[in-house]
Design a protein around this ligand. Sequence first.
Ligand code: DI6
Ligand code: FE
Length: 388
Amino acid sequence: MTRTDPAYGLIANGVIAIDGNMISWVGPASEMPERFSNWHRLSLGGRLVTPALIDCHTHLVFGGNRAMEFEMRLNGASYEEVARAGGGIVSTVSATRAASLDDLVLGALPRLDALIAEGVTVVEIKSGYGLDREVELNMLRAARRLSELRPVSVKTTFLGAHAVPAEFKGRGDDYINDICIPALRAAHAEELVDAVDGFCENIAFTPAQIERVFQVAEELGLPVKLHAEQLSHQGGTALAAKYGALSVDHVEYATEDDARAMATAGSVAVILPGAFYTIRETQAPPIEHFRMHGVPMALATDCNPGSSPLTSLLLTMNMACTLFRMTPAEALAGITRNAADALGLTDRGQIATGMCADLAVWDVQTPAELAYRIGFNPLFTRIYEGKQ
Ligand code: DI6
Ligand code: FE
């Protein structure tokens, strides 16, 4: 870069000193301390270096896919016909229940590889398509396994309160008591859970039902986050804020009061333009309220087979800018610094002394190009924990 831009904190002719997996120093070459002068040097040819990307909200592990119902709908099938043909979230639950641990891992790998190819080093992965104890655990085991197969960090989130399975139809309370909470305890005992999430919506769970899950999370010392106000305003944001949620996600129907509550609680707003786009939602999240009240905004793919079959954070940036008028600088912070916050990670998402050396190097002239292009990947190289 040839100039310093306050919106990005760019450093022209910069040097990043990496010792092991950690950043020991960053600054302009002209100010580099003498002690680094005999270190091994890698020239990046004037390319742009950013923190590596973080996808802080995904449902990357699932069985099957929903291309058939996508096509059925576009050929004029009604919701009922799609449901009768076994479509919708229940089809993913059936396919996930039918999958072995290996099937789940192998199915998720190409999606994970697509993210990694764009410079991602941290991915959050949720359960929520098992909706029974053993399959919820299997999804989380698959998520953990992925981090052993690829140079990537995986943060796991228990989302047992994602949908009421067919066998509990009309008995959401029983599902929470008999399946969701025992599954959460079992998953925690197996050290499979980094955070606890829920889907607070009229088609899923009420704030009161989610609160019972959050109480158990609190008892277990696990942080919470919530899918809230995605399709309607249910009051999930206020509940999440009350429990000091790391993040509140989707938030299309959040109000200014919700934004205030999030600011007070320190919760990140996770904006998911892929789902907004796929379901052709028209209510945009209240970006201006988040800005005004200082709520940090993250962006994520929400990769899932139903409402967001998306595996590109660069396209997610473009969508956030075009659909929600976020700035390219906000979009970049949304997939780096604020995404780290949404996961409670204090050592990722920034290029600074003491941070983990997770970096992305790009063949672009300006950072805005990352958000501006559609369907183009200018990644030059990715550095994960100090290793190229
Ligand atoms: N919000 C969504 O948009 C997805 N889950 C959620 O909590 C939908 C998931 C699916 O249709 O498979
Ligand atoms: Fe989601």
